[in-house]
Design a protein. Structure first.
Length: 441
């Protein structure tokens, strides 16, 4: 996976009892009892039996850390890495993770490895990352087994080895790590180190997407469950289920799922067409620099022009574009998209396809003429009854879309170019489109 794994450092802390009152802990902590200092810091961090207080949590972690308490050193590193109760300082975080790791603390080793893996507070150093992931894993840390598996899978700090990657992920899965479960599914999905098996992949994706039977798991797994149902991989194709899993993953901020969900809304996959929802999820993916979403949003330049034009035509130039008017415009836009199939790629802004043809769609071509550049409309009307292909070539600059047209006619089963036009901005006769669509209502 190319997507960086954003690890939540606050995993759990289950090795201590919380039977003591905060008053007792405060008294002992003030007397220098290191265990009480750490527990008091943990309670202020989590709000266990008291109000959360990041500054006081940081203070007591520090007091315990300088007494060489390895858990406190690890949590102090977490505070510095996240800016909790203090200013964010990745180099300080690295310092305290190193101290914790030197004391053989499994989570200190894991978090130190993570710093080397992602280059937080230090240059990226995959061999060191792998070394500390392995030390942590051998102490039973399931998350460390997962990261070791990633290193083997991608050849980071160690020679690429799919067999060892699978073994690491299996160890992580035994520790109930949903990311390991996801990776086992991914290896079956992509056929890495094992025979490609979509059914097994879906089983593992489903397990990883339903941690502890809560219905919540890893967002990557939720996305791949959706992908399997969308494409019918390892299961019967089901767009409704696909949409549900894409939405779960997208709501947990996975940009690839946000892009896929937007595409479903745009194309009516598992749902009614809804350009506003599509636009929203493309924008969410764009916030995370998803390149595909950035490209797709260019298409909405046309829709953004269509809405105010529709409002002015129907209600007058001084009209304020309200949500209800946007809803009306969207319905017209969707009707247009449906009515002009298969011409929608050129007409309505879907510029993904750079080659398509039509043969014999006479009624739709009659309507299509109103949307193409006027200077070539005459040629089209004169030649559409012959077999032909129409190939748009486009280029996006800033928010403008430029297109040239190349037409081909068939003679003796050979395609012969019969005209082309210079590059120009896309021309749409919006008023005529509204008129054509409205007349069908």
């Amino acid at each position: 996976m190319k997507k960086k794994f954003l690890f939540c450092f606050f995993i759990f802390f289950s090795c201590v009892a919380f039977s003591q009152s905060n008053e007792d802990l405060a008294t002992k902590a003030a007397q220098g009892d290191v265990r009480s200092q750490f527990l008091l810091g943990y309670r202020f961090l989590t709000g266990e039996g008291t109000d959360k207080n990041p500054e006081r949590a940081f203070h007591w972690f520090y007091e315990a850390a300088i007494q060489n308490h390895s858990d406190a050193q690890n949590y102090l590193g977490l505070c510095y890495s996240q800016g909790i109760g203090t200013e964010k300082d990745l180099q300080k975080a690295l310092e305290y993770f190193s101290q914790s790791a030197a004391n053989e603390n499994a989570w200190g080793e894991f978090n130190l490895a993570t710093c080397y893996y992602y280059g937080d507070g230090t240059p990226i150093d995959y061999p060191k990352a792998f070394y500390y992931f392995r030390k942590s894993a051998t102490k039973g840390n399931a998350s460390a087994w997962t990261k070791m598996g990633e290193c083997y899978l991608n050849g980071q700090g160690i020679k690429q080895d799919f067999d060892n990657a699978m073994k690491c992920f299996q160890n992580g899965s035994e520790g109930n790590d949903e990311l390991s479960q996801f990776y086992i599914g991914l290896m079956h999905y992509e056929g890495k180190g094992v025979k490609r098996d979509y059914s097994k992949a879906l089983e593992w994706f489903s397990l990883a997407s339903n941690k502890n039977n809560t219905g919540n798991g890893h967002p990557w797994a939720e996305y791949y469950v959706g992908l399997c149902y969308k494409n019918g991989f390892g299961t019967k194709q089901n767009y409704d289920v696909a949409l549900r899993f894409f939405k779960k993953s997208a709501q947990r901020n996975y940009d690839i799922a946000q892009y896929e969900l937007a595409s479903c809304y745009e194309n009516g996959i598992g749902t009614e067409m809804d350009f506003k929802e599509a636009y929203f999820w493309y924008k969410e993916a764009q916030k995370q620099n998803n390149a595909d979403a950035v490209k797709e949003l260019k298409k909405y330049h046309f829709f953004s022009v269509f809405v105010p034009f529709y409002a002015q035509k129907k209600y007058g130039k001084s009209v304020m574009v309200t949500d209800s008017i946007k809803d009306e415009a969207q319905k017209v836009f969707i009707n247009a998209k449906k009515s002009f199939l298969p011409l929608k790629p050129f007409m309505l802004g879907n510029y993904d396809m750079n080659l398509f043809g039509f043969k014999g769609y006479s009624e739709q071509l009659d309507s299509f003429f109103v949307a193409i550049p006027r200077e070539i409309s005459k040629d089209f009307k004169a030649n559409w009854r012959k077999k032909f292909d129409f190939v748009p070539s486009y280029n996006i600059q800033d928010d403008d879309i430029y297109i040239s047209e190349v037409g081909f006619i068939y003679k003796n089963n050979k395609r012969i170019r019969f005209y082309s036009t210079p590059i120009k901005k896309v021309y749409f006769d919006l008023e005529k489109i509204i008129e054509v669509i409205s007349s069908k209502d």
